[in-house]
Write a protein that binds this ligand. Structure first.
Ligand SMILES: Cc1cc2nc3c(=O)[nH]c(=O)nc-3n(C[C@H](O)[C@H](O)[C@H](O)COP(=O)(O)OP(=O)(O)OC[C@H]3O[C@@H](n4cnc5c(N)ncnc54)[C@H](O)[C@@H]3O)c2cc1C
Length: 240
């Protein structure tokens, strides 16, 4: 059986009843699609005091935007485009223009939870956990769904024979799945959480220090900064 039932997975709590439930990461996130004629080029992300705004130009003169703010969990309701304009309306262009075009039915708001302490394993017996059920993470590396897909590829490899057929090689077959996935996904969960903590800084001095260090890193060690995602993005799938 595969438990791919998301962050609040009942399969996970049945397999590992003593493991802490996902906890609030300290940020609420908005995701929205807006018409964006003229907004082209690379995706980017801007950081402020406890807040983040990202823009990803899409085909068809549309942009996917996301934003986070450091607020207590449980907010929401009401006019979310208006809330976004209140929080980010004085940020740099084109953020105010994009938000001016936002409509309530195209805005999602979610408190972000994550499974901070890793599970001891990604399987128990003949049950495997996959995706957020196994390793819910903050979205700071954009890796939650990506890691779910990697899990699926590895799981298919471990229990398959390479032709699409599935075989069951005994009760221990899923140990290979945990061995291939737990360490990698735990590292990515921890790294995402570390970035999340840095985006939550509100103290002006701490923010100034963070921004200076970031600018210095780009200036002094650009290849190191550029290569920071290599380990995450350079994952080689298992070969048969
Ligand atoms: C703000 C935000 C931004 C994100 N940005 C990114 C990003 O840029 N890149 C990225 O890779 N990831 C991102 N993610 C993470 C991504 O959304 C999740 O990691 C991904 O959706 C996890 O997929 P999943 O299939 O494990 O779980 P889910 O998508 O939660 O799917 C679980 C499914 O199981 C179903 N289910 C639950 N219980 C049962 C049951 N008993 N019977 C039948 N069905 C059941 C649910 O209805 C649901 O459809 C983001 C998440 C958030 C909150």
């Amino acid at each position: 059986m595969i438990g791919a039932d998301g962050i609040h997975s009942p399969v996970r709590s049945t397999l590992f009843p003593g493991h802490p439930a996902p906890s609030y990461s300290g940020i609420t996130a908005w995701r929205l699609l807006v018409p964006a004629p003229g907004v082209r080029g690379r995706a980017y992300e801007s950081w402020g005091r406890g807040k983040v705004f990202g823009v990803m130009p899409l085909a068809g003169d549309t942009a996917y935007c996301y934003a986070t703010d450091t607020v207590p969990a449980g907010g929401g309701g009401g006019d979310q485009p208006a809330e976004l304009r209140r929080l980010f309306g004085d940020w740099h262009s084109p953020i105010p223009e994009l938000l001016a075009a936002a409509t309530p039915e195209r805005v999602l708001r979610n408190d972000v939870h994550h499974l901070a302490p890793p599970l001891p394993a990604m399987h128990r017996g003949r049950v495997a956990l996959l995706g957020d059920a196994a390793h819910a993470m903050t979205p700071n590396l954009g890796q939650g769904a990506c890691q779910a897909i990697e899990d699926a590829v590895v799981l298919a490899h471990v229990v398959g024979d390479g032709t699409g057929a599935v075989f069951f090689g005994g009760d221990d077959v899923l140990a290979g799945y945990t061995a291939a996935r737990l360490e990698r996904t735990s590292r990515i969960v921890a790294r995402s959480a570390a970035i999340c903590r840095v985006t939550r800084l509100r103290n002006p001095l701490a923010v100034r220090l963070r921004d200076t260090m970031t600018a210095l890193s780009w200036r002094l060690a650009p290849s190191r900064v550029n290569g920071a995602m290599d380990e995450v993005l350079g994952w080689p799938p298992p070969s048969t």
